[in-house]
Ligand binder design. Structure first.
Ligand SMILES: Cc1cc2nc3c(=O)[nH]c(=O)nc-3n(C[C@H](O)[C@H](O)[C@H](O)COP(=O)(O)OP(=O)(O)OC[C@H]3O[C@@H](n4cnc5c(N)ncnc54)[C@H](O)[C@@H]3O)c2cc1C
Ligand code: FES
Length: 253
């Protein structure tokens, strides 16, 4: 784990209010795994005080890429970063997805900005496994396909792809899913992850989900990011240290 000042090289607006930030960070590019995240101090001033966590969207030899949308003050400041400004990052943090195992097809299920970790994931896994990608959003404006492959889309208002949610899309493709040895990898809103959990348990699919919650330290010190374990009623995992990726059966969503 490193704490360092990384110079911003580029910030581009991919879609309306969705940004891709390229930072130079050769110290850690070879250590990062898909699904891991960085805890970013977006400003040199005291405000906002807490760092903001972002998945590593992609990596090349010298750079890390973050994808984010503007939600509040932190992401607004981040979106205004220019070339040669620096951001203070801690990372790589968290466990990341487990890409090994007895499956031949990686099934990505992403909701909205839950797409963020999957360009890196897709690049790392595509030489070893087949990929099927299912993306859901409220409308075509919420669909992010950057860096993904073999994509099927569902929108709730029917403006792109299947009219419905991403679980309807999986249901529609159930035969194809069942004819492969699949493992599902997902990131998105908690409601979607909860519905996905029911779907995967019912159909006996192995599934890892990347979970989100507000964070402070990002590496297990403050105890501020608990997620309830299914193992024991009063047992908690820490999203930052034990996650953010969990087997869907291990956590209460
Ligand atoms: C492990 C992890 C990885 C993440 N990866 C990404 C990523 O790759 N791209 C991305 O855009 N976002 C990601 N997030 C969410 C991101 O951290 C928040 O969007 C960001 O902190 C918002 O900061 P802000 O100051 O702009 O908004 P704030 O002012 O802090 O919040 C604005 C609004 O967003 C809500 N919010 C804040 N944090 C979260 C959150 N974690 N989940 C859901 N709602 C939230 C708040 O409740 C509030 O309503 C990730 C979160 C975690 C825990
Ligand atoms: S954010 Fe501090 S323990 Fe997880």
């Amino acid at each position: 784990m490193f704490i360092l000042n990384a110079p911003v090289e580029k910030s581009i607006e991919l879609e309306n209010k969705i940004y891709l930030l390229q930072v130079r960070c050769p110290e850690i590019t070879s250590d990062v795994r898909p699904g891991q995240f960085l805890n970013v101090r977006v400003s040199e001033s005291m405000y906002p005080l807490l760092r903001r966590p972002f998945s590593v969207c992609d990596v090349d030899d010298e750079h890390l890429y973050l994808m984010f949308n503007i939600l509040g003050e932190g992401t607004k400041i981040l979106a205004r970063k220019h070339k040669d400004e620096t951001i203070d990052i801690i990372g790589p943090l968290g466990n990341g997805f487990n890409l090994e195992g007895e499956f031949d097809t990686a099934v990505i299920v992403a909701g909205g900005l839950g797409a963020a970790p999957f360009p890196f994931f897709t690049r790392m896994i595509k030489d070893h496994k087949k990929i099927l990608t299912f993306i859901g959003g409220r409308s075509h404006k919420d669909i992010i396909t950057y860096g993904m492959q073999n994509i099927s889309i569902a929108t709730e208002d029917g403006s792109l792809g299947l009219k419905g949610n991403v679980i309807h899309l999986l249901q529609q493709n159930l035969e194809q899913l069942k004819s492969n040895r699949i493992k599902i990898f997902s990131c998105g809103p908690t409601g979607m992850l909860r519905a996905l959990k029911d779907f995967t348990i019912k159909n006996n699919f192995d599934c890892e989900v990347s979970t989100e919650c507000a964070m402070a330290c990002g590496f297990g010190i403050c105890q501020g990011c608990p997620i309830e374990s299914t193992e024991h009623p009063d047992k908690y995992h820490l999203v930052c240290k034990d996650g953010p990726v969990f087997n869907v059966k291990d956590v209460l969503l």
